[in-house]
Design a protein around this ligand. Structure first.
Ligand code: PXP
Length: 253
C-alpha cells in the first residue's frame, strides 16, 4: 500500500434510517455494507445510538460478522456510556470511535470535550484498548483537545468537518481558508503527539479533495452523502467515485 493512501470508511447508518422510516427489514444496512466493500470501501462505520434511531443491535452484530469474514475493519461509533461500553466489549470491533451524543440532535453536531470529560473517558478508552479495539476520539481540531487525547490510550483522533462542510456549502472562502489552515496545523500537532489523523462529517464530492490533501490524513469516514447519492447512481458507483476523488487528491503529495 502506498504511503500516501487514505482509507475510505463508509458509514451505513442512513440505510437503516430509510429502513426504519417504514419498519420491516428493507433496505438492509448489512447488504449496503457488502456493496460498499465490493466497491472499494476500506472500512465500515456504524453508530449505535442510545435511541437506536438508525443502526440497531442486530445490525451491529451482523456488520461485525460481515466485516470479520471480509477482513475489513468495523468502526463502531458510540457514546461514552456504560451500556455502549458493555456492548463494545462483547462485540470487539476493530475500531471504536467515541462521539458525543445528545438525544435532541439530528446528527453529531460537535466534537467530544476530552479535556473536561477526561476522567470519564480515560478508563473507558483504556478498557476498549485492552480488549483489542483501536480507539478514536471525534474532536474539534483544537490544541487542548488534541493534547488531552494524547494523554489517553486512544491511538486516533477524528477531526469534525461539519463546520468546514457548511462553509463550503455557503461559499465562504475566508472561513474555508481559516478552517483548512487550522486542520493542517492540528493534523501536524496530532501526528507529532503520535496520534493517527482521520476526518469526517458532511464530506461530499465538492469538499472532500481539500481534506484528502492534508498530508497526515489517513482515513475519511463518509456516510450521509454517499447513501443519498446512491439513490441516483447506485451505491457501488458512489463509493467508487468518492474513492477516485480521494486517490486523485493524494497524487503528488
Ligand atoms: N465520523 C463521525 C465520527 C460521525 O459521527 C459521522 C456521522 O455519524 C461521520 C463521520 C459521517 O458523517 P456524514 O454522515 O455526514 O458523512
Amino acid at each position: 500500500m502506498a504511503l500516501n493512501f487514505v482509507r475510505l470508511g463508509v458509514n451505513v447508518d442512513h440505510i437503516a434510517t430509510i429502513r426504519n422510516a417504514r419498519g420491516g427489514k428493507q433496505p438492509d444496512p448489512v447488504l449496503g455494507a457488502w456493496e460498499a466493500i465490493k466497491a472499494g470501501a476500506d472500512g465500515i462505520t456504524a453508530h449505535l445510538r442510545e435511541d437506536r434511531r438508525h443502526i440497531n443491535d442486530d445490525d451491529l452484530n451482523r456488520l461485525q460478522l460481515l466485516c470479520s469474514s471480509e477482513n475489513i475493519p468495523l468502526n463502531m461509533e458510540m457514546a461514552a456510556t456504560k451500556e455502549m461500553l458493555d456492548i463494545a466489549l462483547i462485540l470487539k470491533p476493530k475500531s471504536v470511535c467515541i462521539v458525543p451524543e445528545r438525544r435532541q440532535e439530528r446528527t453529531t453536531e460537535g466534537g467530544l470535550d476530552v479535556l473536561s470529560k477526561f476522567n470519564v473517558l480515560s478508563p473507558i478508552i483504556h478498557e476498549l484498548n485492552k480488549n483489542g479495539s483501536r480507539v478514536s476520539l471525534f474532536i474539534e481540531a483544537k490544541d487542548e483537545q488534541i493534547t488531552a487525547a494524547s494523554h489517553t490510550d486512544a491511538k486516533v483522533v477524528e477531526f469534525h468537518t461539519g463546520s468546514y462542510a457548511k462553509a463550503v456549502e455557503v461559499g465562504d472562502a475566508t472561513l474555508i481558508d481559516n478552517i483548512v489552515t487550522e486542520f493542517k496545523r492540528a493534523a501536524s500537532l496530532a501526528d507529532q503527539l503520535g496520534l493517527e489523523v482521520h476526518f469526517g462529517h458532511g464530506l461530499n464530492y465538492d469538499n472532500v479533495e481539500t481534506i484528502a490533501t492534508i498530508p497526515q490524513c489517513t482515513e475519511l469516514n463518509i456516510g450521509h452523502f454517499i447513501i443519498g447519492e446512491a439513490i441516483f447512481s447506485g451505491l457501488g458507483t458512489a463509493v467508487n467515485e468518492m474513492r477516485t476523488l480521494i486517490d486523485n487528491a493524494r497524487v503528488g503529495l
